[in-house]
Design a protein around this ligand. Structure first.
Ligand code: NAP
Length: 208
């Protein structure tokens, strides 16, 4: 699969590297293709990875959006025509570490879908830390990975990309469910950074 990574930082760098190492063609978008950081990222991801512009990465069939929220609208609008693309939205609309810039009656995921007109947006991976994306193993159980979106085929693609990384992907419903998944990320952040839990934990879904 051709994957474009828009926002090649903690999240994009981690997920893009893992997918490249699994054999996918990965294009990391960056403003600094010649930086030492980017060259190391591409070298670490392996021969199926390369660095390019946002517009170039956006040509891929599946795009991962992992940009800081304040920069997201401008980046998405600069990406070109995204109609028909599977757009995996990992962003969290953080105001700071204390709150969300929007929510309850809408969500960052729904806002991204408006900016990226015609894209098939799936909210995913936003409730786990990038350290957990790098290694989701907690003993023998697979870790639940909640995702939501309005396009069944796009969700199927995201489901299989998450399963390849060792998650137990769970369809949480339509894109409006991002209204619930984004506050969940804020809960994770507050427990990790303010309540002293650190980053080595994740929310699990138990069934019986
Ligand atoms: N970190 C986590 O554990 C985590 C987990 C779940 C969700 N999220 C969400 O995922 C998103 C990305 O988080 P992150 O931790 O990966 O962020 P990050 O490390 O800061 O990476 C963001 C990347 O976006 C690119 N970028 C392009 N235009 C930018 C601009 N105008 N300003 C700043 N950066 C720009 C930068 O790449 P270049 O400099 O190469 O262009 C940068 O590496 C956020 O919305 C965050 O809330 C994060």
């Amino acid at each position: 699969m051709n994957l474009g990574i828009i926002g090649s930082g903690n999240v994009g760098g981690t997920l893009g590297t893992r997918w490249a190492q699994a054999g996918h063609q990965v294009t990391f978008a960056t403003r600094k293709p010649d930086s030492k950081e980017m060259q190391e990222l591409v070298a670490g991801a392996g021969p199926t990875a390369r660095a390019a512009s946002v517009q170039d990465a956006a040509k891929a069939e599946v795009i991962l959006l992992a940009t800081p929220w304040p920069a997201t609208e401008e980046i998405v609008r600069s990406a070109g025509d995204l109609s028909g693309k599977v757009l995996i939205d990992v962003t969290n609309p953080l105001l700071n570490l204390d709150g969300l810039a929007l929510g309850t009656t809408t969500s960052g995921g729904e806002q991204v879908a408006q900016w990226a007109a015609g894209a098939r947006v799936v909210k995913a991976f936003n409730t786990v830390g990038n350290n957990i994306m790098a290694d989701p193993r907690f003993g023998d159980r697979l870790l639940a990975l909640l995702y939501c979106g309005d396009d069944a085929a796009a969700k199927k693609t995201v489901h299989s990309l998450a399963a390849e990384l060792g998650f137990d992907p769970i369809d949480a419903g339509p894109l409006s469910q991002a209204r619930l998944l984004e506050p969940m990320a804020l809960l994770w952040i507050s427990l990790a950074l303010k309540q002293g839990l650190g980053r080595e934990f994740a929310f699990q879904l138990l069934r019986r």
